[in-house]
Structures are given as structure tokens and as C-alpha cells.
Write a protein that binds this ligand. Structure first.
Ligand SMILES: Nc1ncnc2c1ncn2[C@@H]1O[C@H](COP(=O)(O)OP(=O)(O)OP(=O)(O)O)[C@@H](O)[C@H]1O
Ligand SMILES: [Mg+2]
Length: 280
């Protein structure tokens, strides 16, 4: 029988896995716990390719009706970070899209959002490009953003936060406290900062007083078994048999292992012999 999935939906070397997502129970549970704890700000870290974005995407579907994602680079400033988040909220406040959580749009919040948009438009000088001249209006604060997100029951994912310059990270780290405080009124609001680093502090250098309000989650590289599961599930999803290919790959791997072990032993033996000869 022909599979209903395409091969690129099942094997996703360059995108986040969805159809063929392999659960990693211990990490999945820790992440879901942190996502469900009101006020907890999250830092997800680990080597590039360890599965941070994939894990988050799949767990957010279980826990949040909607979320926004901002991607950082070395050029991202604190202001542009906030502006990007506000831009992504447009559909929820300007076009009346609602998440299941918000039910009715609050007139006061919508008016606040429209006001902010108007001052943003007024701040643009004529004839100049939008990217150059967008300036953060004073009323656009982390507090306002947290409220706009919180009202919709949404969270804010910040990808590659480690790439931002340290000076630009500082105001964001300080705003984590604001997100915590706003969660008293809006329990779902949350920031999730992701970075390909070895420690959580290399992603966000949060204040020591925030220690109990920040959850740090290390995503390690996938194990051999988890990687095998991607291939095994993939064959089922595509309705194909890759047993011969898998056996071949394992055989090649074993040959390499044996060769490497032999080379190492030869090297160690030679050094040992040389030492003995020099000592004699
Ligand atoms: N649980 C999983 N099940 C199946 N495939 C996965 C899983 N986790 C990760 N992958 C696959 O591994 C690759 C790397 O995953 P991902 O992009 O999520 O890593 P990352 O940690 O976010 O990397 P980076 O730091 O470079 O952004 C992707 O091709 C993805 O499809
Ligand atoms: Mg990623």
C-alpha cells in the first residue's frame, strides 16, 4: 500500500521533525512541566543539531493554543526583538484572530495596541526605509508585550538568543522579571530562550534573584537508539523496507570501529615498544 506521506515529511535532515518525531520521554516531560508552570521563564540549550527546536515545536502543540517565534542574529537589538514580537501580534489584535484562551478581545487592550501601532507609524520618517527608521515608541515596553501575549494565552519563543550581542541581551535578561510578574494576571505568558551553547547562562545571563523563576533545560545529542528509531519509524510511515540498508550501515560502522580500535592498539603498542627500547 502506498504511504500518504512524502519522503521529506518523514525524513527531515534540515527541518524540524513533525510526522516522524521521536519522543524523548525524560526531556519531553521536563519541558512540558516547565511550560505548564505559571511564571517560569525557560532557557533551552545544547549543541547545535541536538533537537531543541524540534522538541519545543512538538511540545508547544500539546500545551499552547498559539505562540510567536522571533529569530535572532548578531544584528538583533533589544528594540528589534520587541518590535518583531509586536508585529507578530497584529493578526490577534488588528484582524480579530483569537486563540481558544482569549475568547473575547478586550476593547481596552485592542485600543492600546492600535495606539501603539499609530505611534510606530508616526515615528517613521517619510521616504526612508522602514527597517532603518523604526524606533521603539516609549509605550512599547516588555510589560505591554507581556500583557498582549498573556491576554491571548500565548508564549514567546526566542530562537538563537545566544547570537545577540551581550550589551543587547542585558535589557532582555532584566525583562524576564517583568514576564514573571505579569504571569500573576496572565498565567500562560512565558518567554522561551533557545541557544546552541554549553550552559544556560551563555544563552541568557539572568539575575541571581531570578534563579527560582527560570527553568534550564539541556537537550543532549540524540542517542544511538533514538536515531535508530527515526529510521525504523520512517520505514513504517513510508511503507518501505530498509532493513538491508540499515544492516549495511551498521556493518560499515562496525568495520570502522574495528579499524579505529586496531589503529589505536598499534599506536599504543608502538609507543610502548619505543619507550622500552629507550629505557633499555
Ligand atoms: N525528537 C526528534 N525526532 C525526530 N527527529 C528529530 C528529533 N529531534 C531532532 N530531530 C531532527 O534532528 C535535526 C536537528 O534538530 P533541530 O533543528 O531541532 O536541532 P537544534 O538543536 O534546534 O539545532 P540548532 O541549535 O542548530 O538550531 C533536524 O533534522 C530534526 O528533524
Ligand atoms: Mg534550532
Amino acid at each position: 500500500m502506498q504511504s500518504s506521506y512524502g519522503v521529506y515529511e518523514v525524513f527531515t535532515p534540515t527541518t524540524q521533525a513533525q510526522v516522524n518525531f521521536v519522543p524523548r520521554k525524560a526531556i519531553d516531560d521536563q519541558l512540558v512541566d516547565a511550560l505548564r508552570t505559571p511564571g517560569k521563564q525557560l532557557i533551552v540549550y545544547g549543541e547545535s543539531g541536538s533537537g531543541k527546536s524540534t522538541l519545543l515545536l512538538n511540545m508547544l502543540w500539546q500545551t499552547y493554543p498559539a505562540h510567536i517565534t522571533t529569530r535572532c542574529s548578531t544584528a538583533t537589538t533589544y528594540e528589534s526583538l520587541l518590535l518583531d514580537a509586536f508585529d507578530q501580534l497584529d493578526p490577534y489584535y488588528l484582524q480579530g484572530t483569537t486563540t481558544q484562551k482569549s475568547r473575547n478581545i478586550s476593547p481596552a487592550l485592542t485600543a492600546g495596541f492600535l495606539n501603539f501601532k499609530a505611534s510606530l507609524a508616526a515615528g517613521l520618517s517619510e521616504g526612508s526605509s522602514q527597517a532603518e527608521t523604526r524606533v521603539l515608541p516609549p509605550q512599547l515596553t516588555a510589560q505591554r508585550l507581556a500583557e498582549f501575549l498573556g491576554f491571548q494565552g500565548m508564549c514567546w519563543v526566542i530562537e538563537d538568543f545566544h547570537k545577540m550581542l551581550p550589551s543587547e541581551k542585558v535589557p532582555f535578561s532584566q525583562s524576564l522579571k517583568i514576564f514573571c510578574d505579569v504571569s500573576a494576571n496572565y498565567p500562560d505568558v512565558k518567554t522561551i530562550s533557545i541557544g546552541a551553547t554549553e550552559t544556560a547562562r551563555q544563552v541568557v545571563e539572568y539575575d541571581p534573584e531570578m534563579r527560582n523563576r527560570v527553568s534550564k533545560l539541556l537537550v543532549p545529542l540524540m542517542t544511538h537508539d533514538e536515531l535508530s528509531e527515526i529510521i525504523i519509524n520512517g520505514q513504517d510511515l513510508l511503507n518501505i523496507d530498509m532493513t538491508r540498508l540499515i544492516n549495511l550501515l551498521f556493518a560499515i560502522q562496525r568495520v570502522f570501529q574495528v579499524c579505529a580500535t586496531n589503529l589505536l592498539s598499534t599506536h599504543v603498542l608502538r609507543r610502548h615498544r619505543r619507550h622500552s627500547e629507550e629505557g633499555a
